[in-house]
Each structure stands twice: as structure tokens, then as C-alpha cells.
Design a protein around this ligand. Structure first.
Ligand SMILES: Cc1ncc(C[n+]2csc(CCOP(=O)(O)OP(=O)(O)O)c2C)c(N)n1
Ligand SMILES: [Mg+2]
Length: 359
């Protein structure tokens, strides 16, 4: 370890816009993460990308549900998750941060089984402070603020991290969630992954503001913008916001500027609307390669290590996917459960028909 000041898990850290340049070199004067800590971040980022590749393949064979990959956004997903404490903080996801939820304690086989239509095996285990995946855009934000406000009223030292996209910021729920958080000074970090796309709607036409982070001013709290492809900078910015919230300093908005290096989800075809040059440019800022280049420059990374980690992580992911596939399938009758106290006649008939009875 060099004598250089480093960012460690156990110390409060200062916000840094960028720590590592796309070429893998440190920004002048920036504080890197401890090497061990950075290796851990890299491992999670690689796990995320390998999982994406595997489940996209499965989906194409009809063996996995509709899936939104995090490719290109791994530094945002992992750096933000590492900044919160799974033992006391709550995570409120959207749908693209699967590996953040896993980092926060949700077993990979549990979240994978959701995509296989499982019910019981997909239930979030007791004690895991992660809310269910949210697909109704921005609907998670008022709930996340309510959760954070409740934690504050109870006097707990917990913080909530809530994920949202650039597209989600145009929803009414975004305004309602952030406004209420500002008024109640709730301990919450809104983590906005600006991946430049909301399905096929470009960030250029999403809003006329030049920065999503600026919007925080309208709610009376801080907004910061960070290089979302730089895991060290994402960690530092999120951690500073988390520390502030924990000390009673109220909410923050962190805008992580990144790029969606894949389709919106497995039903989408971005070649219909995306300029391939943008994608090629984004590849030069790949969040994983950047860390690998840096670690190689200090003798901690090489092709052999890459191969060994890739194999181990693939096996880890495959074990979880096997468990998910083998988990108990739902009973078709479950589709009728937990909806009505007194089901109407047509539902009673449908239920009986499904069970093989007469209409
Ligand atoms: C309330 C609502 N409106 C529309 C949709 C359809 N929809 C699904 S994803 C999406 C785009 C969201 O983009 P963004 O918030 O940037 O997140 P990203 O997918 O880029 O991670 C839209 C419009 C939805 N799921 N919910
Ligand atoms: Mg987006």
C-alpha cells in the first residue's frame, strides 16, 4: 500500500467528481479506494456483467423472463450499493440494479426466481432490507421517502437509498417523493442513473435542464453529479450523501452520468433508434475495463486473474440460476390468491374451470 491517502470503508469520505479516468489513470490529487476494497468492487461489477450475459442467453432460449441488463452501468450499480450498510440501511430499487440488491443481501437465486415466475421462492427473506423490484416508473420514490421519514421518526440511524432513472425524473412521483423528502428532512439518497435513455427516448429530449442534479435545489437539498462509470467516484459521492443523511443532514440527489450499453430490455431493439457511434464512444469509457487497467498498472491485475475470476463468477452465478430453476414452481391456482376477500362469481367460475371443473 502506498503512502497516498485512500478511501476506506470505515472512514467518512469526501465527494469526488472523478477519481479514475477512462484510460485507467488516477485524476491528479484524487483519493483512490483501498486496493482490497477496489478489488471487491471489481468482483461485483464483473459478476453483474457475467450474469447479464448468461441470463440474456437464457431468455433467448425461452428460459428466463423479460430482463433489463445493467451493462455499462456496473460502476453506478456497485459503487452506490457499497456505500450503504446492509445491516441497517434500506434499498429501494427500480429494475436495472439487480446486483445492488444482491450486494445488499438479497440472494441471487431469490431475485433470479422472480424472472422465472416463481412465487414463494421469490419472496424477499426476513431481515433483508430491500424492497421489491419496481417497474411502475418512479412509483418507488414516494414509498422510499415514507420509509425514510418513518425511520427518522423512530429515531433509527438508518438511511434509505432509492434508485431512479433519467426517464423516471419526468414522472409526478419523482416530484412528490423528492419534495416530501426535502420538507421532512428524511434520511434518503436519491440515486439517479442517467444512462442517457428511457427506452427509446434520448436524454436530450427528456428535459430541458442541463443537469438532473440541479433539480435538488428546488426541493431544498443538495444535488451532486458524478462520473457514473467510475466506481470510486460513485462510491465517494454516494457515501458522502449517506454519511450526511445519517448525521441528520437530510436528503441528497446523486446523478450518476453513465451510458446504457445494451438494449432497454430483452424485448427492445436499440438499432432502431440509437446511433452506433454513441455506443462505440461509450465503450471507451467502460467502467470495468477502467478499473482493470488501473489495477494492472499497480501489478494487481493480469489476464490470468481475469480468466480465473471469470470462471469462478460464472460458476457462482450458474449455481444461483440452477437453484432458481429448481425452486418450487407456482401452483396455477395461486393467480387467484390474495386478491379478493369475497371473489365475484365470474372469478369463482374461472377458478373452478382452471381446476378442471365446469363453468
Ligand atoms: C408509470 C410508467 N410509465 C411508463 C412505463 C414504461 N416504461 C418502462 S421503462 C421506461 C423507461 C424508464 O427510463 P429510465 O427511468 O431512464 O430508466 P432506465 O430504463 O433507463 O434504467 C418506461 C417509460 C412504466 N413502466 N411505468
Ligand atoms: Mg434511463
Amino acid at each position: 500500500m502506498s503512502a497516498r491517502a485512500v478511501v476506506s470503508k470505515n472512514r467518512p469520505v469526501a465527494m469526488q467528481r472523478q477519481v479514475l479516468q477512462p484510460d485507467g489513470k488516477l485524476v491528479d490529487g484524487a483519493q483512490p479506494m483501498e486496493e482490497e476494497f477496489l478489488l471487491e468492487a471489481l468482483r461485483w461489477m464483473m459478476k453483474s456483467r457475467l450474469y447479464d450475459h448468461r441470463v440474456i442467453g437464457l431468455q433467448r432460449q425461452g428460459q428466463f423472463g423479460v430482463y433489463s441488463p445493467g451493462m455499462g452501468q456496473e460502476a453506478s450499480i456497485v459503487g452506490s450499493a457499497m456505500a450503504v450498510d446492509p445491516a441497517r440501511d434500506w434499498m429501494v430499487p427500480q429494475y436495472r440494479e439487480l446486483m445492488a440488491s444482491v450486494h445488499h443481501g438479497l440472494p441471487l437465486e431469490v431475485i433470479s426466481s422472480q424472472y422465472l415466475g416463481k412465487i414463494g421462492p421469490a419472496r424477499i427473506p426476513e431481515g433483508v432490507k430491500v424492497l421489491p423490484t419496481q417497474v411502475a416508473i418512479a412509483a418507488q420514490l414516494p414509498q422510499a421517502t415514507g420509509l425514510a421519514w418513518g425511520l427518522k421518526l423512530r429515531g433509527e440511524d438508518s438511511v434509505v437509498i432509492a434508485y431512479i432513472g433519467d426517464g423516471g425524473s419526468s414522472e409526478g412521483d419523482f416530484h412528490e417523493g423528492l419534495n416530501l423528502a426535502g420538507v421532512t428532512k428524511a434520511p434518503i439518497v436519491f440515486f439517479l442513473s442517467n444512462n442517457q435513455w428511457a427506452i427509446s427516448t434520448s436524454r436530450r429530449v427528456q428535459t430541458a435542464t442541463r443537469s438532473f442534479a440541479l433539480r435538488a435545489a428546488g426541493y431544498g437539498f443538495d444535488g451532486v453529479e458524478v462520473d457514473g462509470n467510475d466506481v470510486m467516484a460513485v462510491y465517494a459521492a454516494t457515501r458522502a450523501a449517506v454519511d450526511k443523511a445519517r448525521k441528520g443532514g437530510g436528503p441528497s440527489l446523486v446523478e450518476a452520468t453513465t451510458y446504457r450499453m445494451s438494449f432497454h430490455n430483452t424485448t427492445d431493439n436499440p438499432s432502431r433508434y440509437q446511433d452506433p457511434k454513441d455506443y462505440e464512444e461509450a465503450k471507451t469509457r467502460d467502467p470495468i475495463e477502467r478499473v482493470q487497467k488501473y489495477l494492472a498498472s499497480i501489478g494487481l491485475w493480469d489476464g490470468k486473474k481475469d480468466e480465473a475470476w471469470t470462471e469462478e463468477l460464472r460458476e457462482e452465478n450458474d449455481r444461483a440460476l440452477k437453484l432458481a430453476a429448481e425452486a418450487q414452481p407456482p401452483n396455477p391456482d395461486d393467480v387467484f390468491a390474495n386478491v379478493y376477500q369475497d371473489p365475484p362469481l365470474r372469478i369463482v367460475r374461472q377458478r373452478s374451470e382452471l381446476a378442471g371443473g365446469q363453468r
